[in-house]
Design a protein around this ligand. Structure first.
Ligand SMILES: [Zn+2]
Length: 419
């Protein structure tokens, strides 16, 4: 049984929403039950084609822009007309979950379809968008689609390529895009009335409390530093301790120091999830070790201080362990506040449906942080069972999935305004 929505508001078709989500999860399905559907992969193209087919069968318009973003509207997309964009992304990490991104796109399509079926005219156009390559699992240019939409072309690599150095252009062309025509995929900022994104929380907060809906106040900033320790590869049996320059020992110290930064309250969380060791052999001391240090905080100044602290620690560890060291920033995304009016629209929509809501911050990055650069943006969260995400076990109850889409529809009605 799918519960009905509040009487005075139009409602989504919950069964259709859940069926599409289940059908979509077939594309990129892994043996472990997860989804491997990186941006610009074959599974990604199949997912795009599936949703485009669904939209066209419902007499909606669907198109792919030069960046590979998929757009759905009641009529052809016109970037000169005032438009409220709603959406998320269809790509996943390797062996990720079925809801991260996909849920927001399928719900946005559902909202556009309900508006069309009910002939609801709003104060502006409403378009659903599936941003290309948000995760950056195959091609490391994460947020690719939203960065193009937001006009951040100069911040993208000139010759985008995947982790093996293979160029993006052919893969983008297969997906229906065109690297040479990227400017045509830019949304002129005056046309965009706002951006709304519905997403699973990917954390434990909503799952632990009574509230079913999260209203995001800010998206946490992130910095990633690549730290290279260089020592001397040497025999593990014959090299005296005092004569060693063990790069992996330096890495181990920095992993511990990184954790301590967060424990001491310098930033919200700090982690090392990637280490590369050379020669990576049981009986040879490591000559080289590379770590990726991931720092997150909702405050830009604190994030900068944490970056400085990692550099300082790496320097003193290198001196202590007789190593060379080099720190390079790979990623820096600024903490981004969500728009106050968009938050009010989400609050109003949740209240109209009798859904308890709470304010929370997002520890993960989202296309909304990119779109916030050009337009008032808001995010709605629903609970993640067990707080887990980016794994095959990622899940949300059907009732919560329907509730979130219902709140997205209500927030869309409020943000786009009646004509
Ligand atoms: Zn996501």
């Amino acid at each position: 049984m799918i519960p009905m929505g509040a009487g005075s508001e139009p409602d989504i078709n919950g069964e259709r929403l859940l069926r599409r989500l289940r059908d979509l999860s077939a594309f990129g399905r892994t043996a472990e039950g997860g989804i491997t559907r990186p941006g610009f992969s074959e599974a990604g193209r199949q997912a795009d084609a599936f949703l485009i087919g669904q939209a066209r069968r419902a007499n909606l318009h669907a198109e792919i822009d030069a960046a590979g973003n998929v757009l759905f509207g009641r009529a052809a997309i016109d970037r000169t007309r005032p438009t409220l964009l709603i959406g998320s992304h269809l790509d996943t990490v390797v062996n990720g979950g079925w809801l991260d991104g996909a849920y927001g796109v399928v719900s946005a399509l559902e909202v556009v379809q309900v508006l069309a079926e009910r002939h609801i005219d709003l104060g502006c156009d409403v378009a659903a968008i599936a941003f290309a390559n948000e995760e950056g699992a195959l091609f490391p240019q994460a947020f690719w689609g939203s960065m193009v939409a937001a006009g951040m072309l100069s911040s993208l690599p000139e010759q985008p390529a995947d982790h093996d150095g293979d160029p993006l252009a052919p893969a983008l062309a297969l997906a229906g895009g065109d690297l040479e025509a990227l400017p045509t995929a830019v949304w002129p900022s005056p046309s965009v009335r706002g951006y709304l994104e519905l997403h699973i929380e990917q954390g434990p907060i909503l799952a632990a409390g009574p509230e079913r809906i999260g209203i995001v106040d800010a998206i946490t900033g992130r910095a990633v530093l690549a730290v290279d320790f260089t020592g001397e590869a040497a025999h593990a049996g014959t090299t005296p301790l005092a004569a060693r320059a063990d790069a992996l020992l330096g890495a181990a110290h920095l992993i511990t120091a990184t954790r301590e930064l967060a424990e001491q309250g310098l930033c919200h969380v700090a982690s090392v999830g990637h280490v590369q060791v050379e020669p990576n052999s049981a009986n040879t001391l490591a000559g080289h070790a590379r770590l990726l240090v991931d720092l997150r905080d909702a405050d830009a100044a604190r994030l900068t201080k944490a970056e400085d602290a990692v550099r300082d620690q790496a320097g003193s560890i290198a001196a202590r362990c007789r190593l060379g060291v080099r720190c390079r920033r790979l990623v820096r995304s600024e903490p981004t506040a969500m728009d106050a009016e968009m938050r009010r629209h989400i609050t109003g929509s949740a209240a109209a449906h009798g859904l308890a809501a709470r304010i929370l911050s997002s520890g993960a990055g989202h296309d909304a942080q990119i779109m916030a650069g050009i337009t008032p943006s808001g995010m709605i969260f629903v609970p993640s069972i067990g707080g887990v995400s980016h794994v095959p076990q990622e899940d949300t109850s059907p009732a919560d999935l329907i509730a979130g889409a219902r709140v997205l529809l209500g927030a869309t009605l409020r943000a786009a305004g009646r004509r």
